[in-house]
Design a protein around this ligand. Structure first.
Ligand SMILES: [Zn+2]
Length: 88
């Protein structure tokens, strides 16, 4: 579950998805940018931290709940750094 697409938060996505089949989740607005390889979301050139390509598998929205086994997380859309996750 990514909070937002900045390169310092998604740097491991490519490796985890390719080698372990991990499901990548992000806010639905950012998912569309990433999955369409939008330059702003995918290049990260302005941080000089290239991001290897990955796909968002699960699009999240405000108030979604994610069961992680014995606990449930609630998705909160915060606007700036798009998502936060809280135990409910
Ligand atoms: Zn950031």
């Amino acid at each position: 579950m990514n909070t937002h697409y900045h390169s310092d938060h998604v740097g491991g996505n490519f490796h985890l998805q390719k080698n372990y089949g991990v499901t990548i989740a992000a806010h639905k607005w950012e998912a569309d940018l990433i999955n369409s390889c939008d330059h702003e979301a995918c290049s990260a050139e302005w941080l000089d931290q290239p991001v290897e390509p990955y796909r968002v598998d699960k699009k999240l929205s405000n108030n979604d709940e994610i069961n992680i086994g014995s606990r449930t997380l609630k998705v909160i859309h915060t606007g700036t750094h798009a998502l936060a996750y809280f135990f409910v």
